[in-house]
Design a protein around this ligand. Sequence first.
Ligand SMILES: Cc1cc2nc3c(=O)[nH]c(=O)nc-3n(C[C@H](O)[C@H](O)[C@H](O)COP(=O)(O)O)c2cc1C
Length: 326
Amino acid sequence: MTFRTRFTELCGIEHPIVQGGMMWVGRAELAAAVSNAGGLGILTALTQPTPDDLRREIERCRTMTDKPFGVNLTILPSVTPPPYAEYRRAIIDSGVKIVETAGHKPQEHVDDFKANGVIVLHKCTAVRHALSAERMGVDVISIDGFECAGHPGEDDIPGLILIPATADKVKIPIIASGGFGDGRGLVAALALGAQGINMGTRFCATQEAPIHDNVKQFIVQNDERATNLIFRKFKNTGRVSKNSVSDKVVGITNQPDSVFEDIRPYVSGAQGRVALETGDLDAGLIWAGQVQGIIDNVPSCADLIGRIISEAEAIITQRLAGFVTH
Ligand SMILES: Cc1cc2nc3c(=O)[nH]c(=O)nc-3n(C[C@H](O)[C@H](O)[C@H](O)COP(=O)(O)O)c2cc1C
């Protein structure tokens, strides 16, 4: 069975389940596996060192799936920003028809993607940002609650409020992100007004995720309390898994006169990449969300998505239907 929603219709996919962009994790192996399973797999543009590498990764993904997949373009404030416009060009030239944007001021990118017939999902963490993205012309809002891995924003509004608050305000389809990992979550998201779900951490703990098995087992063993919020003081809050590195970053940041330079040696993306690739769990930051508390196995993407859909169907047709009396 499938769940047909405005989102699945728009993107031409079977199941309303998206694998969000993930630095170092969103490579062809994972994106293709998710798309082959009927979801929407997403490559992460900046995981590729250059726009030409991204072109090659898109081609590689095409050899692994003939289903729709997307590319994430994350726009972060930076002193020396990556060549965003060239990455955007690589996406458009490669004929990719679905993009997930995230981060600051996406207008210029949204304009170009829309002029080239690309469907834009914009991921954000506040109703006001969702409204401004809708005005900008994006097609779908991916609304990321406080539970999420990555950057939950500074408002601390969990999905239980943020999803319906967004659904009440925007007219375009929304997908719910942050804290989703099973069929219960999918049903809850649909009930709250979303047209599908986006998952990050849950897809890290799958067979096809191109990261070390130690990290997958770490996610499985962690409970819902095993995250740290970092960078709050710098108004760029990030949720990562609790390990010796993120504990240290929290400890340093809690000192009243600390500055970003004090934590810089611990937080580089390169060190996080070492942790993911070598399985050394104390090599750097490992980004993961509170949903770790409900992840207890490492299935294939096909098994995971199949299970979510059948569980959601059973909840709606049996458990919930059983509550209704006439
Ligand atoms: C390892 C990892 C890396 C991530 N990197 C990015 C990124 O580069 N850009 C982005 O927009 N979101 C990134 N995210 C956030 C996810 O796309 C997604 O929004 C988030 O994981 C949803 O919350 P969940 O983990 O509870 O499912 C990352 C998440 C994880 C777990």
